[in-house]
Ligand binder design. Structure first.
Ligand SMILES: Cc1cc2nc3c(=O)[nH]c(=O)nc-3n(C[C@H](O)[C@H](O)[C@H](O)COP(=O)(O)OP(=O)(O)OC[C@H]3O[C@@H](n4cnc5c(N)ncnc54)[C@H](O)[C@@H]3O)c2cc1C
Length: 268
């Protein structure tokens, strides 16, 4: 990988939820080859905020196979400098600096594959998982995908409409299961924190699908990743089939508060 940072203009910014935003980048012809990426990879960006430089990583939420835009998505973390800046202050036309895409949170895709992809995402952990999901559904017509995706509230689900559309389109080979900790009385998805019982129920249903091998991709809060890892150990899944992406920062939590809700309403 080239160790150089490249200036890149923001070509679009769209609000996804009351606390998350999608940032699209203008990858010029000169950068196209260097910035070629695999589904699930991330950018390491540098951004100047009030005279100080900050470096952070953001996973690409787009698919190299199905999307013409080149985007990442960020969810505000409590008192987070960069995630707040991206949400509130970054504008179309601004310049950020980025290294070319990096990361190993992917496997090579092949149209002849007949795999089960078991994807688990919590909160902003959906970003690389969403890229993987779109890529697999498009590139591997014989493969099946299960997505177990946890959030606090319905409004905080990133890419909800897009996921629901994909679910309709690929209904016979894409199972989508949301889990919410706060929900209305009519909510029919999983309830509460993501847990072993729900995981087991999804996994045993998936076991009845028709596939030759399994891959697991997990991205979310550390507790969730530990939970899934422990679960997979009991199923004797080999390590090479388990892919984990750590966004990490141990204690802080993503926000879901009223001020962000208000901001969202203002910006819509
Ligand atoms: C490989 C990789 C890919 C990533 N991809 C994404 C992505 O696609 N979307 C996205 O929103 N974020 C992603 N992140 C996290 C991102 O890089 C930042 O850490 C996050 O945006 C917080 O930065 P901040 O400057 O706002 O917070 P800071 O000012 O650095 O931290 C503020 C507080 O929040 C805590 N904190 C920092 N990061 C997190 C976090 N991720 N979760 C919970 N608490 C945290 C800190 O410990 C601190 O207490 C990724 C991280 C890695 C390593």
């Amino acid at each position: 990988m080239s160790l150089k940072l490249y200036p890149i203009k923001v070509s679009n910014k769209s609000i996804l939820t009351p606390d998350s935003v999608k940032i699209s980048l203008d990858i010029t012809d000169e950068l196209k080859t260097l910035f070629t990426y695999h589904q699930g990879q991330y950018l390491s960006i540098k951004i100047n905020i009030n005279g100080a430089d900050y470096s952070r990583e953001y996973s690409l939420c787009t698919s190299p196979y199905t999307d013409s835009d080149y985007s990442f998505a960020s969810k505000i973390v409590k008192e987070g400098v960069v995630s707040s800046y991206l949400f509130h202050s970054l504008n179309k036309g601004d310049t950020i600096y980025s290294y070319p895409p990096q990361g190993n949170f992917f496997t090579e895709l092949h149209p002849m594959n007949k795999k089960l992809y078991f994807l688990v995402a919590g909160g902003s952990g959906i970003t690389p998982v969403y890229s993987i999901l779109k890529s697999v559904l498009f590139k591997e017509p014989e493969s099946r995908v299960v997505l177990y995706y946890g959030n606090n509230t319905m409004q905080s689900i990133m890419f909800k409409d897009e996921l629901n559309e994909l679910h309709l389109k690929y209904n016979n080979r894409f199972s989508l299961q949301y889990s919410l900790t706060e929900y209305d009385s009519g909510w029919e998805g999983f309830k509460g924190m993501m847990n072993l019982i729900d995981l087991e129920s999804l996994y045993s249903k998936a076991e009845n699908m028709n596939f030759n091998s399994k891959e697991f991709f997990i991205c979310g809060p550390v507790d969730l990743m530990n939970l899934v890892r422990t679960f997979l150990e009991t199923k004797n899944i080999p390590d090479e089939n388990i892919h984990i992406e750590y966004f990490k920062a141990p204690d802080a939590e993503e926000t879901d508060d009223e001020s962000n809700q208000k901001n969202y309403e203002d910006k819509k």
